[in-house]
Design a protein around this ligand. Structure first.
Ligand SMILES: Cc1cc2nc3c(=O)[nH]c(=O)nc-3n(C[C@H](O)[C@H](O)[C@H](O)COP(=O)(O)OP(=O)(O)OC[C@H]3O[C@@H](n4cnc5c(N)ncnc54)[C@H](O)[C@@H]3O)c2cc1C
Length: 506
């Protein structure tokens, strides 16, 4: 049974309503965030998964997870032997490349050649270099989890989906075996009983919340909130990993990118409604990635992504009005290209905790970005690399003269100094909603682990977590594709553990 919460649960008194509203919009729908996200489909580097295994998670190295990435994908491209090595062509999730924006694409390809940067189109073990963005899109329509997985299963007699139902806790018996879940629906509390096991997939912010509300988590914090401890697991909600990032705006010549005029043009909507084509058939997001390693270590394992994104020059929501005006410049009706600086492998970690024992209280989220100063320094290197790329003659071909968008608050550090850029990053940084790792898998020797490499919750039985929370650390890419991979692999583990046959993928 799938339970999907009401998008507007009533916060209890004292809760921060604005943050709760934001969280409520973060994918609290059928299909989760895949229904509302930017659709960028990127697997991550093979070295991410090798590192998961090196941390003691047997079966999660690149060689072991690649067959699941291939299984889930229906890549909308001509099959070639080199593509077939890495890509899938018969899976449920349709993936295609951005086709429009020829001028911009040509400029990006020419810039890669000018810089001598690898143009990476295959999606193999190393994603380093510049590549076109793959999108979870088919014929101009989003290929979300609900379209790809739920809709085809909709008529199965063993599936029931209940919307506007909010899970409040997992029910354990005396032996600490998960017996089912309690949920509210239409103002009433109900229970659903599991015959085999409970699978928790509430995402990296709400899975730890539900574990803690059910008595699984840091014992002192649970006791302070009046929650009876079922399993003392200090790691629940810790290790919050995510990608800090920000936008840089560039004025471009007309016709290079989406403009405000396109967005307000009725023809845009008529074209999409009648033919599923035009500017609305692509992303208002990433068109090409630029995965780089600027911090050292394995040169094939990126630590930053500097993507090009299609986005009109609109203010960034997490930045105050005055700063936004300085960054974008006025008037805002010129055509703008945006690039982003996104940290792929932060050293800092945040946490998710409980405000109270009430599920309607939003969990407390602390990102702790830049707790480790290394992360801030690396982002500054990302800015300098972005200027290097945007200064190629290929990119200058599509750019207009740029206005002075210096942040006044940071000029006291001196123009173009590391101090100025560190100050700049602190003013503009936001998060990429790639939350993960708050119920991380680990071997039993790691006291902060929450689930085993088979994704079973420690200290209890009959409970598995299957979502982005189980990742030991964030992948160096957007997180949707890897979350699908985790789910595909978990479904085989569940079948194996209950004696059902699984398809041989190797
Ligand atoms: C705005 C946005 C843009 C993004 N863009 C991209 C992108 O372009 N590319 C990419 O790769 N990744 C992107 N991501 C990240 C990606 O979508 C997530 O990593 C991925 O969806 C995580 O999947 P999940 O199953 O762990 O959690 P979610 O997708 O968050 O799913 C959790 C589900 O649990 C439900 N739930 C939570 N609490 C309860 C409860 N108490 N009772 C019942 N149900 C509950 C939620 O309603 C939701 O359906 C984006 C995310 C967001 C929010």
């Amino acid at each position: 049974m799938f339970l999907i919460p009401s998008p507007h649960p009533h916060p209890s008194p004292g809760a921060s309503t604005s943050s709760w509203k934001n969280i409520a919009y973060f994918g609290r729908v059928i299909g989760g965030a895949s229904t509302v996200n930017g659709m960028a489909f990127v697997r991550g580097s093979g070295y991410d998964f090798d590192s998961w295994k090196d941390l003691g998670n047997e079966g999660w190295d690149y060689r072991s997870v690649l067959p699941y990435f291939k299984k889930l994908e229906n890549y909308q491209a001509e099959r070639t032997p080199s593509l077939e090595k890495y890509r899938g062509f018969a899976g449920p999730v349709s993936v295609s490349q951005v086709q429009r924006w020829g001028k911009l694409r040509s400029a990006i390809k020419a810039a890669a050649a000018e810089l001598g940067v690898a143009f990476n189109t295959v999606g193999g073990k190393s994603n380093i270099g510049i590549s076109w963005a793959d999108l979870a899109v088919k014929n101009g329509v989003r290929s979300s989890a609900s379209e790809s997985y739920l809709r085809p299963a909709a008529t199965r007699s063993n599936l029931r989906v209940l919307t506007r139902a909010t899970v409040t806790r997992i029910i354990f018996d005396e032996q600490k075996k998960a017996r089912g879940v309690e949920y509210t629906f239409n103002g009433q509390t109900h229970r659903v009983v599991a015959t085999k096991e409970v699978v928790l997939s509430a995402g990296a912010l709400f899975t730890p919340q539900l574990l803690m509300l059910s008595g699984v988590g840091p014992p002192q914090m649970l006791t302070e909130r009046g929650i009876e401890v079922v399993s003392a697991l200090p790691g629940v909600g810790q290790n919050l990993d995510n990608h800090p990032g920000f936008v840089m705006h560039w004025r471009v010549k007309p016709g290079v990118t989406i403009s405000i005029k396109d967005i307000f043009n009725p023809k845009t909507y008529i074209e999409y409604n009648s033919k599923r084509s035009g500017v609305l058939s692509g992303p208002f997001g990433t068109i090409a990635h630029n995965f780089v390693n600027l911090g050292g270590g394995n040169p094939d394992w990126p630590d930053l992504n500097l993507p090009w994104t299609l986005r009109p020059s609109v203010p960034t929501p997490n930045i105050d009005k005055k700063t936004n005006v300085q960054l974008i410049g006025l008037p805002v009706l010129h055509d703008t290209l945006t690039t982003r600086v996104v940290l792929m492998r932060p050293r800092s970690r945040g946490l998710v905790s409980l405000r109270s024992a009430d599920v309607a209280d939003p969990p407390l989220i602390r990102n702790n970005f830049f707790q480790d100063p290394y992360d801030l320094k690396l982002m500054v290197k990302g800015i300098r690399e972005t200027f290097r790329v945007m200064n190629t003659s290929a990119m200058r071909e599509i750019l207009l003269p740029q206005p002075d968008t210096s942040l006044k608050a940071c000029l006291r550090y001196g123009r173009d100094t590391d101090g100025y850029w560190e100050c700049f990053v602190r003013h503009v940084v936001g998060q990429d909603a790639h939350h993960c790792c708050t119920a991380k898998m680990s071997p039993p020797t790691d006291p902060m682990g929450v689930v085993s490499p088979r994704l079973l919750v420690r200290g209890v039985s009959g409970l598995r977590v299957v979502d982005a929370s189980v990742m030991p650390h964030v992948v160096s890419a957007n997180t949707m594709a890897s979350t699908y991979m985790v789910a595909e692999k978990a479904s085989d583990m569940i079948k194996q553990d209950w004696g059902y046959p699984v398809q041989q993928l190797y």
